[in-house]
Design a protein around this ligand. Structure first.
Ligand code: SF4
Ligand code: SF4
Length: 209
């Protein structure tokens, strides 16, 4: 290709590129001032997990399905699902962690869960200052009455008003009785007493529910 041919090709290439980018220069601005403005997420978003600890039987199917081995599940003894009370009884949950340094958000862990207690949530942001904080301990979250992660900026005293609304919606989805089940799912004595109640045929539920 001669000199002028090369120049022509260069100009043509630039024009092709600008044909895509130029319209954006004059189009409507679509940048969202997050976190001052709430993000828009689609219903099918695969965000940070939502975990219902009180229904988890610690079968480890999710951990085995995970292609990057980022889920850790531990229990103090066998747990089984009580369909009447819609909770797991038996041993206590001693660990349920997901390492988000590795997670692909593929959703494979949710597909095989026999009690449908692990879901892909709609939180898309787990900002933090330390990579270690991306190893999320869902048992600790359950003790705080939470089912999913909370980005650090949401915990700050000053934040956008919409964050309080989101927090209220999240909280209202878990009633007081469920919070008790959540908090006690890692209490060995309590889980054992639930199992014993079931063994003697008691279905009226444990104290506090
Ligand atoms: S597959 Fe479901 S029930 Fe089994 S350990 Fe995972 S979250 Fe718990
Ligand atoms: S979303 Fe995929 S990568 Fe993440 S924990 Fe579940 S199975 Fe593993």
């Amino acid at each position: 290709m001669g000199y002028f041919g090369t120049v022509y090709q260069a100009i043509k290439t630039i024009c092709v590129g600008l044909r895509v980018t130029l319209p954006y220069s004059f189009g409507r601005t679509v940048v969202t001032q997050y976190p001052d403005v709430p993000p828009t997420v689609k219903p099918q978003t695969r965000g940070f997990h939502r975990y219902e600890i009180e229904r988890c039987i610690a079968c480890e199917i999710c951990a085995k399905a995970c292609p990057v081995d980022c889920i850790t599940v531990k229990k103090s003894g066998p747990r089984k699902y009580d369909k009447d009370r819609r909770v797991a009884v038996g041993g206590a949950m001693t660990a349920y962690t997901i390492d988000y340094n590795m997670c692909l958000f593929c959703g494979l862990c949710t597909d095989g869960c026999p009690t449908e207690c692990i879901h892909m949530g709609n939180i898309h942001d787990a900002s933090c200052y330390d990579r270690g904080d991306l190893v999320v301990d869902y048992i600790q979250l359950a003790k705080q009455g939470r089912r999913s992660v909370q980005p650090i900026w949401m915990k700050k005293p000053q934040h956008a008003a919409w964050v309080d609304d989101v927090d209220t919606v999240w909280s209202s989805q878990i009633d007081a009785a469920r919070r008790q089940w959540m908090a006690r799912a890692n209490d060995p004595d309590y889980c054992k007493s639930l199992a014993e109640t079931q063994a003697v045929g008691g279905k009226e539920g444990a104290k506090g529910e």
